[in-house]
Design a protein around this ligand. Sequence first.
Ligand code: PGA
Length: 249
Amino acid sequence: MSPGPRLVVLDEADAVADHAAAHIVGKLAPKPDLVLGLPTGETPRGIYARLAGAYRTGEVSFARASSFNLDEYQGLPPDHPASYHAYMREMLFRYVDIDPARTHLPDGLASDATAEGRRYEKAIAEAGGIGLMVLGIGGNGHIGFNEPGSPFDSRTRAVRLTEATREANRRSFPEGETVPEFAITMGIATILEAREILLVATGPIKAEALAAALTGPETLRCPASVLRRHPAVTIVCDTAAAAGIRLRA
Ligand code: PGA
């Protein structure tokens, strides 16, 4: 039996970003060819800013690292401002020495999403698998774009986004543009194969999902609940996101 996720609760979002970035640097510095799994969204912004800072000060180099992002919207070209390709360039890649050839995201424009899923899985395997997977959590318990109901044995594939997810992500889209209905995401099985997982969550909007993930039943209704199966998960969150865990404990 694995001891279950290690939970680190800190006062506020800035402290979560500090801790998460230090965790990543602590893994990458001694293993410069680390394969990272990377998230997008609001939560990781502070982490990426700190990683860029750690590179600037010479604390860490990404020159031999590789990265695989969790997901990308279907139908968005890589230069669309709300695409995750653009997000990663703007938040991290342009500020560090990572080789663009070793940064990977699903191709949202692939005409055959099934083939694209297979290609992505193969690329992860050829890189030696993901060493450290960094994850956020959706207000509905999703990990990557694996929405509630996603099979635990799922692999990289096209998925339909829930209305709740599209609404939560609307803020990243230019006024008047609709959020895509579909995305390509790593599957839950893909995520679970990472050797280590670091999940970050901040704010009251994550409290219910985090409590369900940690203290509710392991269920498809809360995809993040599957993380309890993994032997090396660290969850770093602020007190607001942890509030539901205390209530239930
Ligand atoms: P957020 O997204 O960081 O923008 O809240 C997290 C997620 O949906 O996984």
